[in-house]
Write a protein that binds this ligand. Structure first.
Ligand code: PEP
Ligand code: MG
Length: 555
């Protein structure tokens, strides 16, 4: 790489701006050759089983070191390496005369295709199998497993994409930013970067030319990587970086635009633990309290008393503030034996969310009663909403049960195009709506949000999605009722401004994203936000919409 100041673009995550040295993650190992083994089957089998059990032990060790959610992910990967069906497949292939490397490669590929075919959560995990296979094959071959380079000095990590086993142990004092050539806005790398507040640019195909030691500027806000920057450019970037950090640190109060227009900035939480992080990040309350954690991995719904205690623990963190609780969203990627139907061909289109709850009204009523009782014990301003509403009738059914149980504010999520298009009727019945852009995008494009092969379609910048949001925004203006956003889209600072321009009145996101969004919306007036929204709406695809709106952010 010789050209000075040349620019590579990708999809930026966050607003960070970092100057640093490149360290590349080695590419995956080449596919093992299909040659016949020169060793005996027993010798080959020993090579394979040793590598499989060593890899499982290594993954478990990494999990213990990392702790938390990463431990769960790595323990699940370790189980894949120790799977008995996989081992017997490896043995069968070795008995057929192949090498340990090739047998492991083929057995993992076969395992991955079975998981892909199962769909949903299993299909999502299938991508991780390739990473585990690589680790096992590297051990057999006696070469280092492809992974994050070790370094005691800070660097910018450049990779094709990052697997969970790589990201779990990233040292955020050393890794200053992430650049990937593959992956999209919902890739594992993008989600991790958002969660940790790390600047990242994903899907930057041309970053393939970067090599170890190159100096680059990563401007996540603009989605740009400057290669080999001149000294002047580096100085300017460092000054701009400080200014952005200062703006971020200063932005602490309630969400307010440059003209004083207020937009509540709320946090998404999944338990009382994440509620504390929301308080620390100055959230004005909770815009999405996901309650699934109480139900998953259980054979039956928890009792009213157990639920009430958990809800009260979250409400207590937000005295006098709004907490929007979402009732159980089961089905599709979150199957529950006691609520959802096993064996649906297309569970994402099946009896999930409110459909499952209305079919098991006792579970819904118990949950709503637990929420109502917990509300009486605290000072939080508790609102309740239902997931996956697709008709006005479902809205009526949910709201009327809420009223019976004594819930003061009953709303619904807009996650399906039908409910976006009927938002004005829905808002005649419900007290508020909250748009789940993750599912709304999935259902607009008929593209599984967990499936890597269609990840390019999972982009809320798409004008198709923005037009649906505009319908909901207009309905909110007409009925004078609140319209929130609680999907990933709210955490994108540029998109957040556009969403306000579309008529959204509150934004809810993971706590870490709040500071950047707060700083960004304070730079624009409502009129400007509407102009940006118009530009994005008239674009022909997500890329153009992002570019049209982002133009204003670079000046
Ligand atoms: C959404 O679909 O955007 C949403 C917020 O709900 P979840 O991600 O929990 O499905
Ligand atoms: Mg959803």
């Amino acid at each position: 790489m010789t050209q000075t100041d040349s620019i590579v673009t990708g999809i930026g995550v966050g607003r960070g701006l970092v100057v640093g040295d490149v360290r590349r993650m080695p590419d995956p190992l080449p596919e093992p050759a299909q040659t016949n083994s020169t060793l005996t089957p027993d010798e080959e089998l020993t090579r394979a089983t040793t590598a499989l059990s060593d890899t499982a032990a290594d993954l478990r060790d990494r999990g213990t070191q990392a702790g938390g959610l990463a431990k769960e992910v790595l323990d699940a990967l370790a189980l894949m390496a120790a799977d008995t069906m996989l081992l017997s497949d490896v043995k069968k292939r070795i008995d057929g005369g192949t090498t340990a490397e090739r047998a492991v490669f083929d057995a993992f590929a076969n395992f991955a295709s079975i998981m892909q075919a199962a769909g949903g959560y299993m299909a999502e995990r299938a991508g991780d199998l390739g990473d585990v296979a690589n680790r096992v094959i590297a051990r057999i071959a006696g070469v280092p497993a492809p992974g994050v380079p070790q370094s005691s000095t800070p660097f910018i990590l450049v990779a094709r994409d990052l697997a969970p086993a790589d990201t779990a142990l990233l040292d955020f004092d050393i890794v200053r930013a992430l650049v990937t050539t593959d992956g999209g806005p919902t890739s594992h790398t993008a989600i991790l970067a958002r969660e940790k507040g790390l600047p990242a640019i994903v899907g930057a195909k041309a970053a393939d030319i970067l090599t170890d030691g190159d100096v680059i500027i990563v401007d996540a806000g603009k989605g740009e990587i400057v290669l080999n920057p001149s000294a002047d450019r580096v100085d300017a970037a460092l000054t701009e970086s400080e200014a952005r950090l200062a703006a971020r640190a200063e932005a602490t109060g309630p969400g307010r635009m440059a003209d004083g227009h207020e937009v509540a900035l709320l946090a998404n939480v999944g338990s009382s633990k994440s509620a504390a992080a929301a308080v620390e990040a100055h959230a004005e309350g909770v815009g999405l309290f996901r309650t699934e954690f109480l139900f998953l991995d259980n054979d039956a719904a928890p009792s009213l008393e157990v639920q009430k205690a958990e809800y009260a623990a979250v409400f207590e963190e937000f005295p006098g503030q709004k907490v929007v609780v979402r009732v159980l969203d089961a089905g599709a990627d979150k199957p529950l034996s006691f609520l959802t139907d096993a064996g649906e061909e297309n569970p994402a289109l099946g009896r999930r969310g409110i459909r499952a709850l209305l079919a098991h009204e006792d579970i819904l009523r118990t949950q709503l009663s637990a929420i109502a009782e917990a509300t009486l014990e605290t000072d939080a301003d508790v609102w309740v909403m239902a997931p996956m509403i697709s008709t006005v009738e479902e809205t009526e059914a949910f709201v009327s049960i809420c009223r019976e149980v004594g819930i003061a504010k009953a709303g619904v999520m807009i996650e399906v195009p039908s409910s976006a298009l009927l938002a004005h009727h829905i808002l005649d019945v419900a007290d508020f709506v909250s748009i789940g852009t993750n599912d709304l995008t999935q259902y607009t494009f008929a593209a599984d949000r967990l499936l890597g092969t269609v990840a390019n379609l999972q982009d809320a910048w798409s004008p198709a999605v923005l037009r649906l949001i505009r319908e909901v925004g207009l309905a909110g203006e007409l009925t004078k009722k609140p319209v929130g956003i609680c999907g990933e889209a709210a955490a994108d600072p540029v998109l957040a401004v556009v969403l306000i321009g579309l008529g959204v009145t509150s934004l809810s996101m993971s706590a870490i994203a709040l500071a950047d969004v707060r700083a960004e919306i304070s730079r624009f007036t409502l009129v400007e936000a509407r102009q940006l929204a118009e530009r994005a709406l008239s674009a022909r695809n997500a890329k153009d919409a992002r570019a049209a709106a982002s133009l204003a952010f670079t000046h």
